[in-house]
Design a protein around this ligand. Structure first.
Ligand SMILES: Cc1cc2ncn([C@H]3O[C@H](COP(=O)(O)O)[C@@H](O)[C@H]3O)c2cc1C
Ligand SMILES: O=C(O)c1cccnc1
Length: 345
């Protein structure tokens, strides 16, 4: 496991001092100030550079769909992968709007995607049904983590200075909820949500499925990789690997919604030093997302009622990060502008 560096606290201090000098009442840019200071620490620069974002969408299918936990059929996963590369999905549009590199990785889609221009890294054709069996073997989980690590290496080699992981996998809010329950200690009723929009009966069933998966795994302490293999999914494990490699290379990670946050919790269980590299973008409408973010100690930037995944909420928040940096870098100081600073204590 590569070592994860700590952010540069001297750069944070220098950035905080600069914020006090910029031509505005102290603290008046609110969260934009905190963001600029955090990004200074993560980049190791008093004045961070504009971000070069890379978005990687990881796709995988889920055996647990057999239990009736999603409002959509599993075939949608493969069809949406085609939609990503043909430019018609929400994340395709948001990647273009933000001039972000977009890569799509097949980590474990059930269908054959050979004809599509995606990264072919299928570890297996869909996960096991977590209510009744492990999602995958330990060996497959290690392979899925490596799929994500390789994707992060490609993005960083291409110049990325901010990583966004997206997810596509019908059924994946169920394993995500199971992971979040197990890693935060919350009960299924506090975490399980409607995903793509299931009704009351299916929501009740989904809670039971998650409770059964948790009971199957038992309460003895288990490491993060074992939990991903038992309760996760192929794209979820790949996202965890993507985050672990990004942090190891000192690149900030902008989380998306429920699924990516579940993957981040698993990555944190594997390597606690990842925590300062995680940034929250938005609060998903999915029930347990706010609690999952709180467990990571993160405050989301926006709450737009999104419940999509794909990396969409993270992409949407990108302009806020870019503008936090632009203000920090581009505003004049009181001395430069000849404006009088604060007079009263
Ligand atoms: C057309 C369509 C596009 C999507 N893009 C992301 N998701 C999202 O919804 C799914 C998770 O919800 P559940 O657990 O209820 O199946 C994942 O594929 C997630 O990426 C989509 C879902 C659909 C139907
Ligand atoms: O928050 C998410 O990422 C999410 C929520 C519902 C369905 N798909 C994704």
């Amino acid at each position: 496991m590569p070592r994860i560096p700590a952010p540069d606290s001297a750069a944070c201090l220098a950035a905080a001092a600069r914020q006090q000098q910029l031509t505005k009442p102290a603290g008046s840019l609110g969260k934009l100030e905190e963001l600029a200071i955090t990004l200074a620490g993560l980049q190791g620069r008093d004045i961070p550079l504009p971000l070069k974002p890379a978005i990687t969408v990881f796709a995988g299918d889920h055996g647990v769909c057999a239990e009736g936990v999603s409002a959509y059929p599993p075939e949608v996963t493969a069809a949406m992968v085609a939609n990503f590369v043909h430019g018609g999905a929400a994340i395709s549009v948001l990647a273009r709007a933000n001039q972000a590199r977009l890569e799509v990785v097949d980590a474990g889609v059930a269908a054959d995607l050979a004809a599509l221009p995606v990264v072919h890294a299928k570890v297996r054709a869909g996960s096991g049904n977590i209510r009744r069996e492990p999602a995958m073997s330990a060996k497959q989980c290690a392979a899925a983590l490596e799929v994500g690590r390789m994707a992060a290496r490609r993005a960083i080699a291409d110049g990325a200075s901010l990583l966004i992981a997206g997810d596509m996998g019908i059924g994946n809010t169920t394993p995500s909820a199971a992971l979040i329950c197990r890693l935060t200690g919350h009960r299924p009723e506090a975490i399980v949500g409607r995903g793509t929009g299931v009704g009351d009966q299916a929501l009740h069933l989904k809670c039971q499925v998650v409770a059964d998966a948790l009971a199957r795994v038992g309460s003895a302490p288990l490491d993060g990789i074992t939990l991903l293999a038992e309760l996760g999914g192929l794209e979820i494990a790949a996202i965890a690997g993507f985050y672990l490699e990004g942090a190891a290379q000192g690149v900030p990670l902008l989380l998306d919604g429920f699924i990516s946050t579940a993957a981040a919790l698993a990555a944190q269980a594997i390597a606690p030093d990842i925590t300062p590299w995680l940034l929250a973008s938005h609060c998903s409408q999915e029930t347990g997302h706010a609690l999952a973010l709180a467990s990571l100690g993160l405050t989301p930037l926006i709450d737009f009622g999104l419940r999509l995944g794909e990396g969409s909420g993270a992409a949407l928040a990108l302009p806020l990060l870019q503008q936090a940096i632009a203000l920090h870098a581009g505003m004049a100081t009181f001395a430069e502008a000849g404006v009088a600073g604060k007079s009263a204590p």
